[in-house]
Unconditional design. Sequence first.
Length: 339
Amino acid sequence: MRKEVVLITGANGEIGHGLITHLGEKGNFSIVALDVSPLDKSLMKYCERFILGDILDTMILGRLVVEFEIRTIYHLASILSTKAEYNPETAHRINVEGTLNLLRLAVEQAAWQGRPVKFIYPSSIAAYGIPDLKTKETAGKVKESDYLQPTTMYGCNKLYCEHLGRYYSSFYRQLAADRSQNTIDFRCLRFPGLISAVTIPTGGTSDYGPEMLHHAAQGMHYDCFVRPDTRLPFMVMPDAIKSILHLEAAPAEALSQRVYNVTSFSPTAQEFYEIIARAFPGADVAFKPHASRQGIVDTWPGDVDDSAACRDWNWSPDYDQARSFDDYLLPAIRQRYAK
Ligand code: SER
């Protein structure tokens, strides 16, 4: 008998840290974790198995199937938006071909098991592409179906993988005589910028928020790469994990769509700075907009409409702007950098 597990790719990333810690502490599932870099020692104790490897390596994925019965896949591995622009074709391979490998693994597993395999996929505000600043300022809370003209390779990849998830769930091999009814149950969250107290993001374009905070907490100078008036939606990691788990647990009949916006608060970079400067007097931040990264952020919505998630699976963040800083980020970050 193969052991029943959940598979987490991108295990050593920011969301991976939060998710493995949460699931591991609950102890209800055996976790198989995969990442291209070695797993943080603190996470090892929560994992049944850690595999150091690439999602493009189909041999690794094949071996997983031999050994484990995978019930849910949390496919978190991805190259973020800034990094992807330095090598768009490599990003495409990892973000799209990697996802395709996992989707294929999931349908195969579902066929063997005779029941759908859940596939939880984090998409992003990068899936949007608002044409100009004036439109961004007047767009208000952007709905899932609006402004889907991403300008980054990462955004294009995320949007396309949302479509692949829908295809594999509902239309996979639709002409085949032996078409299986048990495919995958694809569920996707479009995340805003995420901020964690325990990890620092790498290669994203919403990174100015968390970077400003972590630099100020360490008394380090920070050049913020967007203008002070730049607005983006954000959410803290505990709410990101909450949204993943709630969407995973929602009854299929309750879900009217496969892709859901989630968000919490939408500060400008200036407001972000003011909160940080109050918490860390003397915070040394200079606004030095980087034209191209600014250009990317200018195409992302200043706020998103998460009413579908609220309605279908009772979504609401635990941490609004004040609680995010006062009850989560500031205490944990102060402790982290305390000498
Ligand atoms: N945080 C991501 C990035 O900046 C957006 O989803 O690329």
